[in-house]
Design a protein around this ligand. Structure first.
Ligand code: SF4
Ligand code: SF4
Length: 364
């Protein structure tokens, strides 16, 4: 342990802890933009700067470790002035279009500009420099005019999805985030998982499927578990007027954190699709007394009630078992079911039907 002082208060910290970690563990709010707890700290946005006694420059709290006797000021006048100037520089290189921006209300840059009373500087802004919606990726909308070069997208793609799609091109005023060596995202091996979108603190990366459909405060978030596979990822459904219009990572999801695959994040349009089957269906002939009559349309699928469909299924299974033996039946379960549902199917097969013929689609 080391003994340090933060804002004149003596505290103990673990050797190797960063100033940011120690400050946050004592309830001190140091602002960050490039830092995210899931990603390696890079110290490039300069929002977390603090004053360390004896230091020649302000130190980035996310990448500076504490040492014995360190004295830190997290909100001195010098620090606040520096953070405000940093925000103004970012705003000078950012379109002033919060009023029409999709992530307004959930934008970390916007929140900090509000907190620090930072506005675009009077000496001017660079305006729109890059094409809006510049990448043909079907799910991800790219607007590098809104990018603050925090590089969270670069890290999220490299460290979480391990695809290394994003990189930084050019230097100085012209520095820009690019896919691959300036190609499209898909050409740079993007698998459209949307991790980079989830970690982007501004509207530079957003979702195409629901772009322009709702502002953050207009949607209700409903936490749910993904229905696609048995991993059990959780996320928030974005609901507007009783319609699901999007999916958003829920950082508290116990299994997956912010990570989702392309199906979980973008495969939600089936929910309100007109072709969706919402009631059980059976062949018409099964409703007409179970006789296969080739006249008319006996093979048509017709909607029925659950009770009827389950009765027919149970009757047919019993008939097969009684006439041909339990091992004439095979049960194939699904990765789309929960563990509990698969467990119950195992019970049904072995104990009710009396067969060990049970398998799972994951082995196909
Ligand atoms: S969508 Fe996923 S794979 Fe594609 S660039 Fe973003 S993080 Fe990388
Ligand atoms: S696109 Fe978003 S996450 Fe990537 S560097 Fe720009 S602001 Fe940061």
């Amino acid at each position: 342990m080391v003994n340090i002082k933060i804002n004149n208060q003596s505290v103990q910290a673990e050797q190797g802890q960063t100033i940011l970690d120690v400050a946050r563990s004592h309830g001190l709010d140091i602002p960050t933009l490039c830092y995210h707890k899931d990603l390696s700290p890079t110290g490039n946005c300069r929002m977390c700067v603090v004053e360390v006694k004896g230091g020649r420059f302000l130190s980035a709290a996310c990448v500076t470790s504490v040492w014995e006797g360190m004295e830190i000021q997290t909100h001195s006048e010098k620090v606040m002035k520096d953070r405000k100037l940093t925000l103004e520089m970012m705003l000078a290189n950012h379109p002033q279009d919060c009023i029409t921006c999709d992530v307004s209300g959930e934008c970390e840059l916007q929140d900090l500009a509000y907190e620090y009373k930072a506005v675009a500087p009077s000496w001017g802004t660079k305006g729109t420099r890059y094409p809006v919606d510049s990448d043909p990726n079907p799910f991800i909308r790219v607007d590098m005019n809104r990018c603050i070069l925090c590089r969270r997208c670069v890290e999220a793609c490299a460290e979480i999805q391990v695809r290394d799609v994003w990189g930084v091109a050019k230097r100085g005023f012209d520095e820009v985030i690019v896919a691959g060596a300036g190609t499209s995202m898909l050409e740079a091996r993007c698998e459209s998982c949307g991790q980079c979108v989830a970690y982007c603190p501004t509207g530079a990366l957003s979702n195409k499927m629901n772009y322009g459909m709702a502002r953050a405060h207009q949607v209700k978030k409903v936490t749910t578990t993904c229905a696609y596979c048995g991993v059990g990822c959780q996320f928030d459904l974005l609901v507007k007027n009783d319609k699901v219009i999007g999916v958003q990572s829920n950082p508290d999801a116990p299994v997956n954190g912010m990570a989702l695959c392309v199906k979980g994040r973008y495969g939600y349009d089936y929910i309100h699709h007109p072709d969706r089957v919402k009631k059980p269906r059976v062949r018409r002939y099964l409703l007409d007394g179970g006789k296969k009559n080739r006249e008319g349309s006996p093979w048509d699928w017709v909607e029925t009630e659950w009770e009827t469909a389950l009765d027919i299924t149970a009757k047919k299974l019993m008939e097969a078992r009684d006439n041909y033996g339990a091992d004439s039946i095979g049960v194939l379960t699904s990765a789309k079911c929960t563990n509990e549902e698969n467990y119950l199917m195992n019970k049904l097969a072995r104990q009710v039907l009396g067969t060990n013929n049970i398998d799972h689609c994951a082995r196909l």
